[in-house]
Design a protein. Structure first.
Length: 385
């Protein structure tokens, strides 16, 4: 091993000819062949293989010398090791302890020449190895696609993600266009119910969102496990450009007012994150200001920094009644004495007059309060009998 570390090929030959074991391992399970592969000593590898060193010997991480040669782009060495490995055991799948193959490493590091060697000398079966396939991490994906054909385009990793998901997550526009050209399923969803568009919207990758919307015509009605649409995800992470791109493709008020599992519309989320341009666009497309989420808050109250502030705001606004002229039609309550006022209009915009019932306020359950004259005032902003 010391001779290999120094690249002393003559010493390696000398020791092997005198019965030194070619597969002796150190405390990490590495053999002389592992060391030679890591250091790129081709002559030492040739000498070791000539004396029957095993190319399939595993270190404590389950990696063979082929894994190291592939990860370091040692093309000629990898070719020699691959031929020896196939001769020794053609059924060995070359998996390390994490289920990665040399093909994964070559793809991840972008070593196209090594990919050529591995694909020529060993049949590429995408079901083998780590469920996160070489194509997911490939920087040289074109070569993989040519060899693997279209059946690998929509292969999935352990979380149900396809290469299209991976490209959307990494904002790899070239990779995205590549897999789309080869027939990637645009609306495939992962185990959490998210499509590539939803992943891009959640990450704020506006370029990817634009491609998936305008060129691939991704489905905007898909819901993830929490009933979020792509628009929900963009608004929840304050990705204004992504939200506006998605809004440009939505023409249905139903989708504009869709609620997630927390009963939040995109308007709630956009308002909470201060996306004024998005809020304006949502309102112009028919977003309702009166819907309440699971905490009983309208989009206006969602602007509050937290639930306690929102509840306090609702209570304060509910007592504002600077009535200047009478107009019984301005309130849905039965009292004929209620009048229209700027204060009441403000309450309407906050959604407080939408339903004559108290908003949740951390244990405060009474449906009315009294003004300073002692007159009961309901939390909906209307005078009570």
């Amino acid at each position: 091993m010391l001779a290999v570390l120094g690249g002393h090929t003559d010493c390696v030959h000398f020791l092997l000819e005198r019965a030194s074991s070619p597969d002796a391992q150190d405390k990490r399970g590495s053999t002389a062949l592992h060391r030679a592969a890591v250091l790129g000593h081709d002559d030492c590898v040739t000498a070791l293989l000539k004396h029957k060193a095993s190319p399939l010997c595993r270190d404590i991480q389950g990696r063979t010398p082929l894994h190291y040669a592939a990860s370091r782009g040692q093309t000629e060495m990898l070719s020699s090791l691959m031929q020896a490995a196939v001769a020794a055991d053609p059924q060995d799948q070359l998996l390390d302890s994490k289920q990665y193959t040399p093909l994964h490493w070559a793809a991840y590091k972008g070593h196209e020449d090594c990919l050529e060697v591995l694909l020529e000398l060993k049949t590429f079966i995408h079901e083998e190895g780590n469920p996160f396939t070489p194509l997911h991490c490939a920087l040289a994906a074109e070569r993989l696609l040519e060899s693997a054909r279209v059946h690998v385009i929509n292969c999935r990793d352990a979380k149900g993600r396809t290469p299209l998901h991976a490209a959307a997550f990494a904002e790899d526009v070239a990779g995205l266009q590549l897999v789309l050209r080869h027939g990637a399923e645009i609306n495939a969803v992962d185990n959490s119910g998210r499509s590539a568009l939803m992943v891009a919207a959640d990450k704020g990758h506006s370029g990817t969102v634009a491609i998936l919307l305008h060129r691939a015509k991704a489905d905007l009605t898909l819901l993830d496990e929490n009933k979020n649409t792509a628009l929900h995800l963009a608004c929840s992470k304050a990705h204004e450009m992504c939200a506006l791109l998605i809004l440009g493709e939505i023409h249905s008020p139903t989708l504009i007012n869709a609620t997630n599992s927390a009963l939040q519309m995109p308007l709630h989320l956009a308002a909470r994150n201060g996306l004024s341009t998005v809020v304006q666009a949502l309102l112009s497309r028919g977003a309702t200001v009166l819907a309440v989420d699971e905490e009983g808050h309208t989009p206006a109250l969602a602007c509050a920094p937290n639930k306690d502030v929102a509840d306090c705001l609702a209570l304060i606004l509910s007592t504002m009644k600077p009535f200047s002229q009478r107009d019984p039609s301005s309130c849905s309550c039965s009292s004929p004495t209620v009048s229209s006022s700027p204060g009441l209009n403000l309450l309407k915009h906050c959604g407080i007059t939408a339903a004559c019932s108290p908003l949740p306020s951390n244990g405060l359950h009474n449906g009315y309060v009294k003004d300073h004259h002692g007159t009961p005032v309901g939390l909906d902003g209307c005078l009570s009998e």
